[in-house]
Design a binder for this molecule. Structure first.
Ligand SMILES: C[S@@+](CC[C@H](N)C(=O)[O-])C[C@H]1O[C@@H](n2cnc3c(N)ncnc32)[C@H](O)[C@@H]1O
Length: 275
């Protein structure tokens, strides 16, 4: 890892190995996110923006600020989370659910999108399943949670670039989105009747949480890849506790629940059914 190289000076702030280690350890302690050495440049790029915004001269002062000011600590966490997401990501999960609605005698669709980022995941669930749920008269609700408060406000606002929904056909766009005009040209917004189906809440998955309800389905895709195995296993255990009998857990494309888990059966690509 580079330490005080000329390249760093060119970029503006001196970012030493000690700065990086302290910051990544604070992030890990709070969020469970394990930050590898190769994320040094990424940390610099994301956090240098905070220094500029706060008008701070160096990372030593920034660290003091993060350690002593809860507001900046929250901004720090928001800055270091990776929020990559998109509409209809991993679409085979939605196809599987459509099939389940048709084949199983479901009574409701109570869904939790854990690590929902800026909302594309919960809204994709609605776009894919709403009409079918209506046809089968299934009560439909979604809880969206994330650690990062910035993405949660984006999710509640539900405004997205038109480019991000270009793969949807005309009818889908017309049913679920409003097209922006004037200063909102180039953007679209999820219609309020669909926005209202999702309740958003901040929730740190590695803390001591308990929700006073059970879900038929939990999506936790591309979130636990950043966690160590022990943390991941504890969370999966809690998902089992929060799922109704035969409830479904969807993980991201490169994730699995681990070979020793006895709470779930693997029923499809990164799809698990509670025993
Ligand atoms: C890569 S995004 C995945 C978004 C979406 N699930 C998808 O697959 O498109 C990962 C999300 O997990 C959230 N996250 C990371 N650590 C978390 C934690 N400890 N508790 C809750 N959310 C967390 C991040 O803020 C980020 O928005």
């Amino acid at each position: 890892m580079p330490v005080n190289t000329p390249f760093e000076k060119e970029k503006g702030f001196q970012f030493s190995r000690q700065h990086f280690n302290r910051l990544r350890s604070l992030a890990h302690e709070y969020s469970g996110i394990h930050v590898t050495d190769d994320k040094y440049e990424m940390y610099y790029a994301r956090l240098a923006k905070r220094l500029r915004k706060l008008n701070l001269p160096n990372f030593t002062e920034y660290l003091q600020r993060v350690e002593n000011d809860p507001i900046e600590f929250k901004e720090f966490i928001n800055a270091i989370t990776t929020n990559v997401t998109s509409f209809d990501r991993e679409p085979y999960h939605f196809e599987y659910l459509k099939q389940q609605i048709k084949e199983r005698n479901l009574e409701s669709l109570s869904i939790w999108s854990a690590g929902c980022s800026s909302g594309e995941e919960p809204y994709s669930i609605i776009i894919n399943l709403f009409n079918l749920a209506k046809e089968y008269q299934l009560p439909f609700s979604i809880l969206g949670t994330d650690l990062d408060t910035d993405v949660l406000s984006k999710a509640s606002n539900a405004i997205y670039p038109l480019k991000s929904i270009e793969t949807y056909n005309k009818n889908t766009k017309r049913q679920f989105f409003l097209k922006g005009t004037g200063k909102n040209d180039g953007f679209c917004r999820i219609k309020s009747c669909y926005r209202d189906l999702v309740k958003y809440q901040q929730l740190n998955l590695i803390r001591n949480w308990r929700l006073n309800k059970t879900f038929d389905i939990i999506f936790c895709r591309n979130v636990m890849i950043y966690f160590e195995n022990e943390t991941k296993q504890k969370i999966i255990q809690k998902y089992a506790d929060h799922l109704a009998p035969s409830g479904l857990l969807f993980l991201g494309h490169s994730e699995s629940i681990g070979k020793d888990n006895t709470d779930f059966d693997n029923v499809g690509k990164t799809i698990y059914r509670k025993r």
